[in-house]
Design a protein around this ligand. Structure first.
Ligand code: ARG
Ligand code: ZN
Length: 512
């Protein structure tokens, strides 16, 4: 209703993220604590006044008009306030190397009462058939939406929210594209097969979905492939074909996650289990990995290092917040990595020396820390991206200091010096720089300054409470600031103005 009404067009692209040189950026000053498990009714009332960037006069729009935006300041065309996805049940038929993939997805959603059209994000998909609760219906596709006509049998006008299942048969073209942030996204083909990179808006190019981090759901993936082809998705592997036959791989992820954290790797790989880790809370953390076929030994050192890194972060941030973990190494993703939910994804080429040195420690620490910061607690909107990248970059600093590869104080000082040369704020990213320096190392200087301002005890209490209070939800920067001020028991407006929202930062850290 919001931005679509205001005519917001898609953002334009730009630069390349370069994590090892100068990572990311972020924040927003939105004021939205709504978590994604709310019904669409709640979301509508809570978020439209706070999250929406351009809420005009809503009365201009018909009550039946579906919302085509959650009001994300950076990606106004993503998501819908009328839709809260409960679950995705996806079936794909994949022939590696083929130019297209066909599939069917059941999207179970809770709808705002009164809705006559169910909007999902979809870009460039060929829609073959759509049904609502098994009643075949019509739909319209625009450049970025699939608009499904709700059959008369759906009584969405009777007061409370209504839950329906939309079944969509569709086909998409493989190969991915360059997203507006300047990075490859979507269904990317590689020598060994394919993988997806969804962050921030790639899922909608291969899956009709409510493609926004504020909407978490449970997932089931069923992927049929030829003999010998391996599939890795999030969650638990519950079914796989016999070694010598084609068939379905079924992965089930009960830990709610948004679209951008989906893992979908298909090709010439092996699934490897290693002995489960034991959490500080005594529970077992199953460890499942993906390695290029026949090449397991190259990745053993990285896999063997998980236990110690996990223990280090659990001491600082609290118990590992998800059901499971693991490492997935895909071919030709060099220099990039992605915190896919419960099984992080790396470029095999960055690890095939078999040695875990500086770069490998950095990447492993960063993506593991994301499971707390980004995955357990996800951003409410994309301008909250510093909540992901600045905190995980800081976690990476802490780990590199711990293993004597990079002294914290020296590095923090160096990054603040580097930060003097940039004038973009950490808290107010643009589409073009959302994965730039001010969100990564530049953003971690803000986190370090916060630590020095409120002291170690309160700082680490904030980190632990962020995850224990908000795990399983999506949260805004405003929500973090609220928690910091509650824990510190002081007004920190000045701190956040000077560090998070300022373009030019102070040239020295606060005295501790
Ligand atoms: N979230 C990733 C990380 O910092 C960065 C992903 C950037 N790439 C992308 N295609 N969006 O760990
Ligand atoms: Zn990251």
């Amino acid at each position: 209703m919001i931005t679509a009404c205001a005519g917001g067009g898609p953002p334009v692209a730009v630069e390349q993220a370069d994590r090892t040189a100068a990572p990311v950026d972020t924040t927003n000053n939105n004021n939205n604590n709504t978590n994604n498990t709310n019904t669409s009714t709640e979301s509508t009332s809570t978020t439209s006044s706070t999250l929406a960037v351009e809420v005009d006069d809503e009365s201009e729009m018909s009550a039946d008009e579906p919302s085509l935006s959650v009001g994300d300041p950076l990606f106004p065309e993503l998501g819908s306030l009328d839709v809260d996805v409960v679950s995705y049940d996806l079936r794909l038929d994949v022939e590696p190397g083929a130019p297209t993939v066909s599939g069917e997805v059941d999207v179970t959603v809770t709808l705002r009462p009164g809705l006559t059209v169910l909007p999902l994000d979809a870009v460039g998909l060929d829609i073959d058939r759509v049904a609502i609760d098994e009643v075949v219906t019509t739909s319209t596709s625009t450049e970025s939406e699939l608009l499904i006509d709700l059959p008369a049998s759906v009584d969405a006008s009777s007061g409370g929210p209504t839950t329906v299942t939309a079944s969509i048969d569709y086909t998409f073209r493989t190969g991915g594209r360059t997203s507006a942030v300047g990075l490859p996204s979507g269904w990317i083909t590689s020598p060994a097969g394919s993988y997806v990179l969804n962050e921030p808006d790639g899922a909608r190019t291969w899956l009709p979905s409510n493609d926004h981090p504020s909407d978490k759901a449970t997932w089931r993936f069923e992927v049929v492939v030829p003999e010998g082809v391996v599939v890795s998705a999030n969650g638990e592997l519950v079914e796989r074909p016999d070694a010598a036959s084609s068939g379905a791989w079924v992965w089930v992820a009960d830990d709610p996650m948004p679209t951008y954290l989906v893992q979908m790797i298909v090709g010439d790989y092996e699934i490897v289990e290693s002995p489960p880790a034991t959490s500080v809370d005594g529970s077992e953390i199953p460890l499942t990995h993906v390695v290029p076929s026949g090449d397991r030994a190259s990745f053993d050192a990285a896999i063997d290092g998980i236990d110690e890194q996990l223990r280090f972060f659990e001491e600082l941030f609290g118990p590992y917040p998800l059901d499971r973990y693991g490492l997935a190494f895909v071919t030709d993703l060099s220099g990039l990595a992605m915190e896919t939910h419960g099984r992080s994804m790396f470029g095999a080429g960055d690890f095939d020396s078999g040695r875990v040195g500086f770069l490998q420690e950095l990447l492993l620490a960063h993506e593991l820390a994301h499971q707390w910061f980004g995955n357990a607690v996800s951003p409410q909107a994309w301008d909250d991206i510093w909540l992901n990248e600045a905190f995980t970059t800081y976690a990476q600093w802490l780990w590199l200091d711990h293993v004597d590869l990079q002294p914290l104080d020296v590095h923090a000082r160096a990054m603040l010096d580097l930060r003097q040369r940039t004038t973009e704020s950490t808290g107010e990213p643009t589409v073009e720089n959302m994965f730039g320096f001010e969100r990564y190392d530049g953003g971690a200087t803000v986190v370090h300054a916060l630590r020095l301002t409120i002291g170690d005890d309160r700082f680490f209490e904030v980190l632990r409470r962020w995850v224990s209070d908000f795990g399983g939800t999506s949260q805004s920067t405003e929500s973090l600031i609220g928690l910091v001020e509650a824990v510190a028991d002081e007004d920190l407006d000045e701190f956040f103005d000077d560090w998070l929202y300022a373009g030019a930062l102070p040239d020295s850290y606060p005295a501790s």
